[in-house]
Ligand binder design. Structure first.
Ligand SMILES: Cc1cc2nc3c(=O)[nH]c(=O)nc-3n(C[C@H](O)[C@H](O)[C@H](O)COP(=O)(O)O)c2cc1C
Length: 344
């Protein structure tokens, strides 16, 4: 007897997965190269779970596809969660994001990532980096919707039919004039959902985010996830109202306030407000865990920690005091002591 699922069974399974994933508003932790790396993902997804509002999933930093099918160790380096059923310790699934411009090569890499255990593939059409864009990767492809279509549909065909394929875009490259073409390309490509960072490449990361523009994509018959400039609960409310979607991806706001995701869930009628808040003293152990995490070297780790602490100064007044104390400090143990002292 043949036990391999038929194509129609696999398609049905994918449909069920998507229905299950989007049955309620999703809250996602954004891919951020050099910021939400495996160590940071581990910590932020743990905090979210501990506060009772786990992220539905997170997306890996982009893995750049240039000339060949990447060896397994590259996928494991970016996504060590592949060793654990593609989930962080707190059980949050990690989808793999690929960035590249060659449809066939992207497809082969996507298929391999799935062989290694990726539960879903996301394709990056938002990266503004010059080196990436000059190789026709990332946001520059927003000016070539036909290439976007080729890439997504090739990946869709190569990835096992039961696994989802999604795309992450901005509103355009230099302006929003190609939005309708981008939408048509996404519709034809077979993407299972779409995440939109509500700015053009030219608008970079500067506020505001143009949440209302996301509405243009709501006529697609796939779920749309809104992203950009959500730093507090009120922004999330405005974003949902203006974009017309309840699905949200949190980026830098989730790093400056690791409890942001739980605060969005706050239902004042159930008096959840306090349980959703992570106080500075409760964040100390997580910061120490970060400083004790795996890294190439202590220098790298301390540098990364300072990047996080600088961001935390926007979310926590206490972080500013620690920052003033340790900004020139190189010794990890001294930084840990300063952190402990900040609550003594
Ligand atoms: C440091 C940094 C690195 C990023 N790396 C990626 C990436 O690898 N893949 C991606 O799709 N988006 C990447 N982004 C974009 C974010 O996923 C997100 O779309 C953007 O930050 C807007 O959301 P925010 O305003 O909530 O931060 C990155 C953003 C930042 C700040």
């Amino acid at each position: 007897m043949n036990n391999t699922p038929s194509l129609s069974q696999a398609l049905q399974e994918r449909q069920h997965t998507i229905q299950r994933l989007f049955a309620n508003p999703v809250r996602l932790l954004a891919p951020m190269e050099g910021l939400t790396d495996p160590l940071m993902r581990q910590i932020l997804t743990q905090i979210a779970s501990d506060l009772g509002r786990p992220y539905d999933w997170s997306v890996s930093e982009f893995i750049r596809v240039t000339q060949h099918v990447l060896p397994a160790h590259v996928f494991y380096k970016y996504v060590p969660e592949l060793h654990h059923d593609a989930k962080t310790a707190s059980g949050t699934p990690i989808h793999i994001q690929l960035l590249g411009s060659e449809a066939q090569l992207m497809a082969e890499n996507a298929a391999y990532a799935c062989e290694l255990g990726a539960p879903a593939i996301d394709i990056n059409f938002g990266c503004p980096a010059k080196t990436v864009n000059s190789h026709r990767g990332g946001s520059v492809l927003l000016d070539e919707p036909e290439v976007m279509y080729e890439i997504i549909s090739a990946v869709r065909q190569a990835v096992p039919a039961h696994l989802p394929v999604s795309a992450k875009i901005r509103l355009g490259y230099t302006d929003t004039s190609r939005m309708d073409d981008i939408k048509a390309a996404i519709a034809a490509s077979g993407a299972d959902w779409l995440t939109i960072h509500a700015r053009t490449k030219t608008q970079g990361y500067k506020p505001p985010a143009y949440w209302d523009k996301i509405q243009n994509f709501n006529t697609l018959d796939i779920p749309v996830i809104a992203n950009g400039e959500i730093w507090k609960s009120e922004h999330a409310q405005n974003c949902m109202a203006q974009s017309g979607t309840t699905h949200l991806m949190l980026g830098r706001g989730a790093v400056t306030r690791p409890d942001l995701v739980a605060q969005l869930n706050t239902d004042s009628s159930k008096n959840l407000e306090n349980t959703a808040t992570l106080l500075w003293q409760d964040l100390i152990t997580h910061q120490i865990k970060f400083l004790e995490g795996a890294a190439k070297s202590d220098v790298v780790l301390v540098g990364r920690y300072k990047q996080w602490l600088a961001m935390l100064t926007k979310g926590y007044s206490e972080a500013k005091t620690v920052w003033d104390d340790i900004k020139r400090e190189k010794n990890k143990a001294v930084i840990i002591k300063a952190l402990q002292a900040s609550v003594a």
